[in-house]
Design a protein around this ligand. Sequence first.
Ligand SMILES: [Ca+2]
Ligand SMILES: [Ca+2]
Ligand SMILES: [Ca+2]
Length: 152
Amino acid sequence: MARKIDSRLTCVVNVFVTWGRRPFLRGFAIAMASPFFCSTVFAGDDDLLKSLDVNHDGVLSLKEVLSTVGAEFSVLDKDKDNSISKHEASAAGVTNREFVKFDLELDDNLDLKEFTELVKARFKAADLDGNQVIDQHELESVNGQALSSLLK
Ligand SMILES: [Ca+2]
Ligand SMILES: [Ca+2]
Ligand SMILES: [Ca+2]
């Protein structure tokens, strides 16, 4: 997630540097190019919200997020043994500390139930204003990125 924020910043900087070399375009570049260009490049989270927003109210409820958990679990379970190993989890950005916390059966694997608890915890962390739904702004926050990294 930090990488993504970095690349977004890099994108803005690149637009400024590239376009800023031509003085007559500098004003245009600063006023117009970076927000439009970079929001186009990084439209992914908007897509995620739209694809999961079943009732089209513009925000994600826990129910909507959990509707994708089974599918996502299968994607992350690369060796198809019906559990997510430490290695598989870390590929999805799950920290060692988180893994240990949610591996309730202490078998060094997350089953679907444990993975669902992890997603629930990240949902709660991403709901910055505590209104039980995730809006676009919350999805773009650091905690929101942590949630979306488990969902795509
Ligand atoms: Ca919704
Ligand atoms: Ca596995
Ligand atoms: Ca919220």
